[in-house]
Design a protein around this ligand. Sequence first.
Ligand code: GLC
Length: 642
Amino acid sequence: MNQAHIHRLLSSKLKEKDPTALFNLRLATNLGLLQHLFFSLYPEESHLDDFNRLIDLFPKLFATRPDELKRLDLARLQEGSWFLSEKMVGMQLYVENFNEDLKGLQKKIPYFKELGVNFLHLMPITTRPKGENDGGYAVNSYDKVDPKYGSKKDLLDLTSMLREEHIHLMLDFVVNHTSDEFPWAKKAKQGDKKYQQYYYTFEDNTIPNEFEKTLPEVFPETSPGNFTYIPEMEKWVMTVFNSYQWDLNYTNPTVFLEMLANLTKMINLGVDVVRFDALAFLWKKMGTISQNLPEAHSLISLFRMCLQVIAPGTIFLAEAIVAPTQIIKYFGEGPTEGNECEIAYNASLMALLWNSIATTKTGLLYKSLSNVPPKPNDCTWINYIRCHDDIGLGYEDHFIREMGWDPQQHRKFLLDYYCQRLDWSPAMGLMFMYNPKTGDGRITGSAASLLGLEKGLKQKNNTLVEKSVDKIILLHGIILAYGGIPMIYAGDEFGTLNDYSFLDDDAKKEDSRWVNRPKQDWAVIASLGIGETPQSKIFHTLKKLIAIRKENPILADKSLPVLYHTGNDHILVFERKAEGNEGLIVICNFDGKPQVIEPSWIKKLGYFTKGDPLDLVSGKKIAANSGLLELLPYQMLWLKKS
Ligand code: GLC
């Protein structure tokens, strides 16, 4: 039982309604875990005063929470794990690209309703440096709206409207670093010792050089190394991401306390889900890669347990794009199981789907997914195909070898396939951060361009266009049916292609991720009702699949998907089961040719008891009379037990 359960249980037993009394109860309930986590990072002998400062901070932060949100917190606590629901369907978007600004976004609420989206991830909207700013991930503030998006009032109007419309909101909390223009960084540059200790600053490069021996490079092309010399300060500062993003020094407890206050300010704007950005990097230790360290987990859990006291309705998403066996740890382990992040990106599923498209085979996907330890109950995934970032090829080498492939050669093949180095490949992606030292690289591009739509349209090749449309639908169908919250990247719902305009912008041209940060094309959207264009087929099919997801509680993330092997290595089959005899089985063909499977085992599972089952995707009955079940190229079936 996690802490959220205990809070729910206590508040229901006591029938207590007063928010402050319940806040005190939550503080008392979490105190044991809080002190354990706090003192594991900041030893008790020297940090008792700091712990007292934390305790004193709680009522102050709680007092800043608007009454309406306090009421919502309590309702959420009673409701339980609302985020597991089949009704959750997300969309990630850049406000400026979607419809100019926050007011413009608000006007588009009917669009989300039409499509069935009820969960929005808005990319960073707070102030940031002019020029390069990593798409707003270099923050000048955690709660001041950048004027290009509108005013604070516009944001509050939007969040209140979203609540009315039952649309959940996720914003980023850039917890690992600030920009070099953030007030603390400015003071540090002016020589203020207190603020220099908010970051990892060094007199000379002796310690940085030691760190470099084991630290990997995140942006080797544009920002090699992990430290930057700051002439004004005459010091080196740790900058793991870009040179203008300074890593916060969480070994200093004051940084933790100040960041907790910043987090509270941000969620008080009306945020339901906090995307904890780059959280794997939160703790640094010389001699390690300084990712996924146990201290980072303790720190995240500490943030989580504090926020649960202040705002129990707000939950955390782990943005940990790391190895599958590491991602799962962000749900918490041992005493912190279920007390760290409620949601994590299913980066493994995402990367494996792209592998299956390129290879037409599902073996690596089966091997990897069946070896991920089960996640705790009441935690869930964000399932996605594309986002604003690159696709990293984070597969486990030993599984690649078991497939009979050489890991390095295989990754090279994937880069070649997606990044236009193979004539026969339909993909039109770009390489991101190719590292000639290691041969590693990542892939960027829009889903549609990576899946062949751009090439198909350019070459006026109808077969290619049709196949790409089917692939786009297939991948989205999987994330809609697999356990977790599907997150659609804005524009993918109607097959938006790569946007090359970033090449003309000095602040963007070095970062090829911008190729997949296009403007939402409202002219195309306005024409979606007309004719059978590839865009309208994608849009209307996804809209239908979203509606089907929402009508089928079996797709809520209350049970783990069950994988079935078919003997055909182009096919993926998983089943969603619920208590009783309910079931929905998803059968996918990753090949460009028709494929067959022998269906007697599906019959044994009970899918043919009332005659041929209905495929929810096509609305047609599926016959397996000839003894074999045939799937067309890239076809996906959703069969429901009747
Ligand atoms: C996350 C963001 C990415 C950004 C990085 C540094 O990984 O998704 O876009 O570059 O954090 O903040």
